[in-house]
Ligand binder design. Structure first.
Ligand code: GLN
Length: 560
């Protein structure tokens, strides 16, 4: 019998920001654990052709895929939950879809036809979903539609889903992630906004088959029944999704309410295997971790509050946590504003951290503060991990303070510097001169070769690696020899040896002082942490143990 593909569309009701992405990823994880091959697609309503041009303080992290496509942070959650790498076909924006259609129309690709939103746009969206199905050949494809039901801008995706359902009534399912507020003055969970959201969805000709009821507390039976009655589904299809500590508990929580049973029954499928075994073991490890490792992240996206801040660095945070969990400890992460060190905050406060990390970034702001932090970590043997910009700045700091090139800088900040140790890549210069900014950096997966017996090579346990990139600048070849003679080792380079991919100090000089031109955080997974993050956490734990403990004063000496 020919295999029929199953599709689940995940839509948001009531309001955004309640965890549609995590819900989508969790449904994927559950089905995967039942033995099905799962694929996850994100359809975003905005007109940007990709997420690369968006400010992380407004939109969260830009997640880079193997292909180099710059996407929404939800794609990161998808890859982390599924533990797999997804192709570019699994991400689309209205901008991407419209651009394709308009370019085709300008090239007479529609043979004189009137090009219309419903049909040509919906068919183009279906073509993209189909291309993903063809590429991965999954059993189930889950498509998350960005935004909330009732918005003008995501309507075309919902219309597309409706058309697919019409063509394959038994193979398409709708899940609505809704929100049930508990107003402080009432202390009671209200279901009316959910009922209204379902009405909105009904006006598109769609009814949800499952409602994920997000709230800060679990849903009681009475409310399940009420939502079921008013929204036209069975009470067991209303899944309770209370706030929880870690997003990785969501699949287990959904299963408590029997989510996979409902989905498999709908599609007429039988589970092929049991359980979320490895997943549960990982959660158990998180629960049992008592000891802490304190990591200070010195960054700059601090201006819009904690919520957005952690969104801007989500892959870095998750990567730290995965490696900490694997070492049986809890990561306590503090945000340190680089600009504060410029304004006179004493860098010696870094002494209280077990490890310091500087993530990727762009532009001038906070740079001198970050350089001070790197110098302090280097001179005081505090483990330091630099990602992309964090590696470039590490090279600048070394050039300034060890080589004595006081003017050392990156062309991104001061192209007139007399010691441009970080310079723009030649092909990038041309792109910028042409005003070609979107999707034009050195993006996606590249191979690198590692030098034998270095910290990096030992951590990876192999000689050739593949990692994801997103940058325009690189270590200037003119300075490589001088930097290495002064002791900093380029332990990873492009296979032809021209691009510097990893810089480090040898173990006998510093316990861990390492930076990568690539973004290892994009490949860290809960069930397979990234080796470099793990090495950083291990070094941080050793540093923590070695740090002189405050001397306990005997009670007899205390004056009362
Ligand atoms: N701004 C630097 C560059 O373009 C680093 C980029 C990054 O950290 N992702 O090379």
């Amino acid at each position: 019998m020919k295999k029929t593909h199953k599709y689940i569309f995940v839509l948001g009701g009531v309001m955004s920001g309640v965890g549609k992405g995590v819900t989508t990823a969790s449904i994927g994880t559950i089905l995967q654990s039942k033995g099905f091959k799962v694929s996850l697609i994100k359809a975003d309503p905005y007109l940007n052709v990709d997420a690369g041009t968006m400010n992380p303080t407004e939109h969260g992290e830009v997640f880079v895929m193997n292909s180099g496509l710059e996407t929404d942070q939800d794609m990161g959650n998808y890859e982390r939950f599924l533990g797999m790498e997804l192709p570019p076909e699994n991400y689309m924006t209205n901008g991407m879809v419209f651009k394709h259609i308009i370019d085709k129309e300008r090239a007479l690709g529609y043979g004189g036809k009137c090009v219309e939103p419903v049909f040509h746009v919906t068919e183009e969206i279906l073509r993209r979903i189909n291309a993903s199905v063809k590429k991965l050949n999954p059993d189930v494809t889950i498509v998350e539609i960005g935004g909330t039901v009732g918005e003008y801008q995501n309507a075309i995706f919902i219309e597309t889903a409706r058309i697919l359902k019409l063509r394959h009534p038994h193979d398409v399912m709708f899940v609505m992630v809704s929100y049930l507020p508990v107003p402080g003055n009432l202390g009671e969970m209200k279901s009316k906004p959910t009922q209204n959201a379902v009405r909105q969805l009904n006006s598109y000709g769609v009814n949800p088959d499952i409602i994920i009821a997000r709230s800060h507390m679990p849903l009681d039976l009475k409310r399940k029944q009420k939502i079921a009655d008013s929204c036209g589904l069975l009470p067991e299809s209303v899944i309770s999704a209370p706030d929880i500590e870690s997003i990785y508990q969501v699949p287990v929580n959904f299963e408590k309410d029997g989510l996979s049973k409902i989905i498999l029954k709908f599609f007429g499928l039988a589970p092929r295997q049991k359980d979320l075994k490895e997943w549960r073991a990982m959660l158990e490890k998180v629960r049992n971790a008592k000891k802490e490792v304190r990591i200070g992240i010195v960054g700059k996206y601090f201006d819009t509050g904690d919520f957005i801040l952690s969104d801007a660095y989500i892959s870095v945070i998750e990567a730290i946590k995965f490696s900490a969990t694997a070492q049986g400890v809890k990561a306590k992460i503090d945000w340190l504003n680089a600009k504060d060190f410029e304004k006179g905050k004493d860098v010696a406060m870094l002494q209280s951290y077990d490890g310091i990390l500087i993530p990727g970034g762009f532009g001038e702001s906070g740079i001198e503060g970050k350089l001070k932090a790197i110098q302090y970590a280097r001179e005081n043997n505090i483990p330091y991990f630099g990602l992309c910009y964090g590696m470039q700045l590490m090279v600048i700091e070394y050039a300034r303070n060890v080589l004595g090139l006081k003017d050392a800088n990156t062309a991104e900040i001061n192209p007139k510097s007399s010691a441009l140790v970080i310079d723009i890549m030649p092909d990038q210069k041309k792109k910028l001169a042409e005003g070609n900014y979107g999707g034009s950096m050195r993006l996606g997966t590249y191979k690198a070769k590692l030098k034998k017996d270095t910290v990096a090579q030992k951590a990876y346990g192999k000689n050739i690696i593949e990692e994801r990139h997103r940058h325009r600048y690189e270590v200037n070849p003119e300075f490589i020899d001088r930097i290495q003679e002064a002791g900093l080792v380029f332990s990873g380079t492009s296979p032809d040896g021209t691009l510097m991919e990893i810089a480090e100090l040898p173990r006998d000089i510093h316990p861990f002082f390492l930076g990568t031109q690539f973004h290892p955080e994009f490949l860290a997974r809960p069930l397979s942490p990234h080796p470099l993050f793990t090495e950083f956490i291990k070094a941080s734990l050793v540093f923590k143990e070695k740090r002189p403990k405050p001397i306990a004063v005997p009670a007899s000496l205390l004056t009362t």
